[in-house]
Write a protein that binds this ligand. Structure first.
Ligand code: AR6
Length: 198
């Protein structure tokens, strides 16, 4: 299965699915799957803090001092510090509790709020990891559907962001997003989505 997939959304936007390390991304912003403390952790959070250097943690500490912990579904931005990306958008996904605790709504809010901030920051491109599907235990097939539907709906009326790249860490996650994309296309003929060669 090809690991770099590109889809045209509406008239001028694109969604890409790739297998890579998000800390290498060259998009204007990358999204961190953080926790409410904003003080770093394992997984993609740890990788982003390691690659960005201590200036990232300093900014996170300031935000935390100003506004306290970050509730699930919300997002805040910092600079990218040593990363190539200009901005890191930190969001907190839901912990999976079986699906009856508003997990899909909270996860959708992570994507919407991150996109809202990226548009405010006038970013043209943003990369997301697969939020909540690691330590937070959200089943990846379900999370992929929420992620893609939210992003594709958002891109139907493009603002500043016209490229959303999902940077997935392994082929199992990439396959889940590919399957979810095909399902979204089939289930929602009203959405303007088509595959595009690279
Ligand atoms: N680039 C892209 N994706 C990655 C990378 C990377 N460098 N490293 C891991 N992933 P997780 P969560 C994938 O656990 O479930 C942290 O400790 C990983 O394979 O990072 O939202 C935070 O501080 C998986 O597919 O995030 C929180 O406490 C996806 O990123 C908690 O984990 C998300 O896995 C958040 O848990």
């Amino acid at each position: 299965m090809a690991s770099h997939l590109r889809y045209r959304i509406g008239t001028k936007s694109h969604v890409e699915l790739i297998i890579s390390d998000i800390t290498d991304e060259t998009t204007d912003a990358i999204v961190n799957a953080a926790n409410s403390t904003l003080l770093g952790g394992g997984g993609v959070d740890g990788a982003i803090h390691r690659a960005a250097g201590p200036a990232l943690l300093e900014q996170c500490k300031k935000i935390r001092a100003q506004r306290g912990s970050l509730p699930p579904g919300q997002a805040v931005s910092t600079s990218g510090a040593k990363l190539t990306a200009k901005y890191v958008i930190h969001t907190v996904g839901p912990v999976w509790h079986g699906g009856e605790a508003n997990e899909p709504e909270t996860l959708a809010s992570c994507y919407r709020e991150s996109l809202r901030l990226a548009n405010e920051l006038k970013c043209a491109s943003i990369s997301f990891p697969s939020i909540s599907t690691g330590a937070f235990g959200y089943p990846v097939h379900d999370a992929a559907q929420v992620a893609l539907r939210t992003v594709v709906e958002h891109l139907q009326q493009p603002r500043s962001v016209i490229l959303v790249r999902f940077v997935l860490f392994d082929s199992r996650t990439h396959d889940a997003y590919k399957v979810a994309f095909e399902k979204l296309r089939k289930d929602s003929p009203g959405l303007q989505v088509r595959s595009e060669p690279l």
